[in-house]
Design a protein around this ligand. Structure first.
Ligand code: ZN
Length: 317
């Protein structure tokens, strides 16, 4: 979306400063509008396809700049703004793989870990037990998570590097499957020369040494220079291990709570039939979700009251 269109649309708001302070861009202001129902459909499709494309597309529709120019850090900030302004609450959608170990007996029933204390692997093996990593991929909404913003400090990026931007995210996702690229993508995204990641790769190869690539790798593995991080208390749904993840850079694909197409149809249907109003796809998502949660709450309260009335009647008889 462009600035001219955004400025004439009253739904757009000035987002204020970005973590980079706009110093890397030609534009110095950014307008965004919160998601409407339309964008919830797009975001939901991204969850299903497990692809970054949809989140980028949804963000592109609601911002006054070409989001491809944004650094990862600024993009994360834009997404955080969207999450706060497009959903009634802003739970953090935590996605994490449980690394905790669990102990199983010979029938693969869970055993208390304390039983393994002092036993060697050979002994555990002899008993027919197995020690395995839980590995469960948890996806759930963490309501008591917190978010921190890191602002870009003045520092000189090594010559030949530039901050990774949204422009290479889709290509990185596609190249992830190619063994030649799998392990170098994060570093490659820091190389300034070349438009695409393939161009950057050819450029690095043409240098004849790994000096620049190693600097890029260092930046990719280093602490974040700007953007947002989350602190999320988590609990594994499979083995109930509890822990808190600090300074986690959020996943872009799973950044927003996902509503499936069916759940969105249901929300529209419920409100349409309950209040006899037509819900347009352009309705602000925050308003829609708020209305629906109020509707569900009222409905549940009514059910409780009715149940109580029925119980009192039975007693009185
Ligand atoms: Zn687990």
């Amino acid at each position: 979306m462009d600035w001219e269109t955004a400025i004439h649309d009253t739904r757009f708001r000035d987002i204020g400063d970005l973590p980079t302070g706009f110093r890397l861009y030609s534009f110095k202001e950014l307008m965004i509008r919160p998601f409407s129902l339309n964008e919830l459909y797009i975001v939901g499709a991204g969850h299903r396809a497990d692809s970054i494309r949809h989140v980028i597309r949804a963000a592109e529709i609601v911002t006054s700049c070409d989001v491809n120019q944004l650094t990862d850090g600024d993009f994360a900030y834009v997404l955080a703004w969207l999450r706060i302004n497009s959903y009634p609450e802003s739970p953090i959608n935590a996605v994490w793989q449980c690394k905790s170990k669990s102990l199983l007996d010979h029938k693969r029933r869970p055993l208390n870990m304390s039983k393994a204390a002092g036993k060697s692997f050979a002994e555990i093996d002899r008993l027919g037990w197995t020690l395995k990593e839980c590995g469960h991929e948890n996806v759930y909404l963490a309501h008591n998570a917190s978010m921190d913003i890191t602002v870009l400090e003045d520092f000189d990026l090594p010559e030949g590097l530039s901050f990774p931007t949204v422009s290479t995210l889709v290509e990185a996702e596609d190249l992830m499957e190619e063994p030649e690229f799998t392990h170098i993508l994060d570093a490659l995204r820091w190389i300034k020369e070349g438009k695409t990641l393939r161009d950057k790769y050819e450029y690095v190869k043409s240098l004849g040494n790994l000096e620049l690539f190693n600097k890029a790798k260092e930046m990719a593995n280093g602490r974040i220079t700007h953007g947002i991080t989350e602190t999320v208390p988590i609990e594994c749904m499979m083995c109930s291990t509890k822990q808190t993840v600090f300074d986690k850079v959020p996943s872009f694909i799973k950044f927003f709570a996902a509503y499936t197409e069916t759940s969105l149809y249901n929300i529209q249907y419920n409100l349409t039939t309950a209040f006899n109003i037509f819900i347009e796809d352009t309705m602000p998502s925050q308003k829609l979700l708020y209305m629906h949660s109020s509707y569900v709450k009222d409905l549940n309260e009514k059910k409780e009251r009715d149940a109580l009335k029925a119980a009192t009647r039975r007693k009185g008889r």
